[in-house]
Design a protein around this ligand. Structure first.
Ligand code: ADP
Ligand code: ZN
Length: 741
């Protein structure tokens, strides 16, 4: 662990990083009363007429030279203001400060905006005040008048103090009775020590019996954790092979070593099932961290991570910015998921930044997936990552049989979307008392509404996108900006009535068809817009596990790592859906997503079956899903990307120009094009209309900078941006390592 004993500079200046979009920390003076202030201390400082919160930053940067931001002008000491106060909070650990600097430099974001993620949302406010509760005085005051309600209260008080409200409820009396007893000296107020919210997990609580290859892989992972050094391991294993079971053994080793562990999940909806499972293994729940955490719990958690009482944290990508002081292991589950990429504000990839964080903590990182990203496989190929594999499902479970249904040869009836073979298979599964699942990665009723008379398509007024019908909510809505309008009765263009027709299916429409086709089936819809929040998701999952559901219909939320023991049939309504759009990564992503969905089938005794409805059953993606041979598929993907130095064989940065007028967007994009860097091994593609040419009313162009792997793109992009001034109303956003290209 690093110590923070850097004294403030001799002239009494300190650098304070504010959570504002400045290029770096600002200089302040240290007043004599704060002479002991150290880097990491959280302080308030004056800024103009306001008071801002910030962190005393290190005097020197730990960044590699190519990442170093340009030096800032020094302000003369006479113009500096003093630091106002130091807050009574645990200091931000040196590793976290270093990480903030690193993420900012890598993503070309203002470091203050990265720091804002580390200090997020009132993590800093005062700690919740301890409540007080009542215990009986002993002995009771002599001459106490004992009415029946008072007796009830005295019967209800116990050794552990109860709050006024709780005591009144338990005794079934009014709070006045309690106040009266207290005044009479029969009750004493004591401070309630809240139950420790972060109980210590016990590595020996309930370890699993590991089979042959499982035991071997677990031993390898334990060895990584105990060697107390930075390392990267890719844990690849088919769905249901026990990856989760096994990485929990790595967590056990980390706990044994007295260090903290961090587990990143791509989707917070998964956390309920995950924490339950963790609790059964370790006898205590982990700390949770995500954007929906209440503010009280957020403060408690932040502190518990800082002071080490939270031993294991499971969370979304933002958990990387928690103030761990003894981080001994990071696990990134479902590492291939694009949800790990934050797309707005600071655009960072949590998987990649997890590797950086682990390196700074000299800790191992384990990337886990059934279908690893091409990035991780390439890193394995280049010898940078270790590779551990689980090849078989646990116990008697076998991999599901995957089959394509050629929709050209066996089409559904007119106006329907499920082919007879698929509906037959669902009927059979339900008839056997098993569960089935239909997957379609599209919310709403229909993705397009078209006028049969004039051909008009209902479009978003703010985006280059069609409006999606959500029939249950009686609206057409844009999935990009949230715009909505009532479903019109007449065509807005030709005014014909009853001519507007929904084209194509969303889950709502599939549900409608399923209800008509399987009238007796108990159907549950799992879509991100019908399940609001982790609790609703957990309840849905619970119902499936209790076999209160015959047919699950869902969007990508059903693809996640759920374990449904009685689910034997998975039907993919439109396996071709992700393949359009001209994104080089489309095939890789489709395989990962569909394999993940397919992996929900047959996870226990009964064998599983997966049916893919496709118009291109010979496509390499369908072939890979049928054969299960992902290694060859990924090999082919690699061969396509290698020659052009596309990621992961080269580096990529996207510059998105957006403006409120087409002209401003155009001119700024052209200026970027004209000033494009001319360097060996670097190429600029574009400007071209961005994938969403208009988004939220802003006109967008994109330029891609592609470079050989050994070239750092950050200084090049920084220099490039310094030569171009955006037009009025225009903005340039940088996305290092964009996930689509
Ligand atoms: P994955 O993460 O690879 O999909 P899981 O870890 O979820 O696999 O394991 C699949 C199922 O098999 C889970 O119900 C898990 O509890 C069970 N399982 C896996 N390995 C073991 C084991 N060694 N002992 C008992 N149950 C196991
Ligand atoms: Zn829109």
């Amino acid at each position: 662990m690093q110590t923070d004993l850097l004294p403030p500079p001799a002239d009494g200046r300190v650098r304070v990083m504010l959570t504002l979009p400045f290029a770096g920390p600002l200089d302040y003076l240290v007043p004599p009363a704060l002479a002991t202030a150290r880097p990491g201390d959280i302080v308030t400082v004056p800024l103009g007429r306001r008071t801002e919160t910030g962190v005393i930053w290190d005097a020197t940067s730990s960044l590699p030279p190519e990442f170093m931001p340009p030096p800032q002008k020094e302000v003369p000491a006479s113009r500096l203001k003093p630091v106002a106060a130091r807050l009574d909070l645990p200091p931000l650990p040196a590793q976290l400060r270093q990480f903030v600097d690193w993420v900012a430099a890598y993503t070309l974001s203002p470091p203050g905006m990265v720091l804002a993620m580390a200090l997020r949302a009132n993590a800093l406010a005062a700690p919740p005040r301890p409540a007080s509760g009542w215990v009986a005085a002993s002995p009771l005051p002599t001459g106490l008048r004992l009415t029946p309600p008072r007796q009830k209260v005295l019967d209800a008080v116990s050794a552990s103090p109860l709050s006024t409200g709780d005591l009144a409820r338990q005794a079934r009396v009014s709070t006045a009775v309690i106040r009266g007893l207290a005044q009479a000296g029969a009750l004493n107020a004591v401070e309630i020590t809240p139950p420790p919210p972060f109980a210590t997990p016990d590595p020996a609580h309930c370890p699993p019996q590991l089979g042959g290859e499982q035991a071997q892989v677990a031993a390898e992972l334990r060895a990584r954790v105990t060697e107390d050094a930075f390392s990267i391991t890719l844990l690849e294993g088919v769905t249901g092979s026990g990856k989760t079971e096994i990485y929990m053994e790595a967590i056990a080793a980390c706990l044994d070593a007295g260090r903290q562990a961090l587990v990143l999940l791509p989707e917070i909806a998964l956390s309920a099932q995950w924490t339950g499972r963790f609790g059964r293994r370790f006898g205590a729940e982990p700390a949770l961290w995500h954007s929906e955490l209440g503010s009280r719990l957020r403060r408690l958690t932040w502190r518990a991570v800082a002071d080490g009482t939270a031993r294991v944290v499971v969370g979304a990508r933002s958990a990387l910015f928690l103030p761990f002081d003894q981080l001994g292991l990071i696990i990134v589950d479902e590492e291939h998921e694009t949800a790990f990429k934050q797309e707005d504000g600071v655009t960072y990839h949590a998987r990649d930044m997890a590797v950086v964080r682990a390196r700074m903590s000299r800790a191992p990182v384990i990337l886990v997936s059934a279908t690893p990203s091409l990035e991780s496989l390439a890193n394995v190929g280049a010898g940078r990552y270790r590779h551990l594999r689980l090849t078989a499902r646990h116990g008697n479970a076998t991999m599901p049989e995957v089959q394509t249904l050629d929709m050209r040869a066996d089409p559904p009836e007119r106006g329907l979307f499920l082919s007879p073979v698929l509906t037959g298979a669902i009927n059979d599964a339900i008839g056997r008392g098993e569960q089935a699942m239909l997957f379609l990665n599209r919310r709403g009723y229909a993705p397009l509404t078209l006028c049969r008379t004039c051909g008009h398509r209902m479009q978003c007024p703010n985006c280059t996108a069609w409006l999606v019908e959500h029939r249950a909510r009686h609206i057409l809505t844009c999935h990009h900006c949230g715009y909505d309008e009532p479903i019109p009765q007449t065509c807005p263009k030709c005014a014909d009535t009853d001519s507007l027709t929904p084209i194509g299916p969303g889950v709502e429409r599939i549900t409608e068809e399923a209800r008509a086709t399987f009238p007796d089936a108990r159907i549950l819809v799992m879509a991100s817009d019908t399940l609001n929040g982790p609790a609703a998701t957990a309840a849905a999952v619970e119902r499936i596990s209790r076999r209160e559901v015959d047919l699950v219909i869902g969007t990508q939320i059903v693809a996640k790592g759920w374990h449904f023991a009685h689910l034997t049939l998975v039907g993919i309504v439109d396996a071709d859906l992700g393949l359009g759009g001209g994104d080089l990564r489309a095939s890789e992503r489709t395989v990962q997503l569909l394999h993940q969905v397919a992996g929900r089938a047959g996870r226990a005794e009964a064998p599983g079956r997966v049916l893919l409805q496709s118009y291109v059953p010979d496509h390499p993606v369908m072939q890979a899903l049928v054969s299960g041979d992902f290694a060859s598929f990924m090999q082919q993907e690699a061969e396509q990307r290698r020659p052009g130095f596309w990621p992961p064989y080269g580096r990529l940065a996207a510059l998105i120009v957006s403006a409120d007028t087409p002209d401003a967007a155009d001119m700024t994009a052209r200026a970027l094009g004209q000033n494009a860097p001319q360097l060996d091994g670097v190429q600029v593609l574009g400007p071209a209309p961005a994938p969403l040419a208009i988004l939220r009313g802003r006109h967008r162009h994109r330029l891609l900078l592609r470079a050989r792997r050994n070239i750092a793109v950050q200084p090049i992009v920084r220099e490039w941006l310094s030569r171009v001034r955006p037009e009025r109303g225009a903005r340039i956003d940088v996305d290092i390592d964009p996930v689509s290209f």
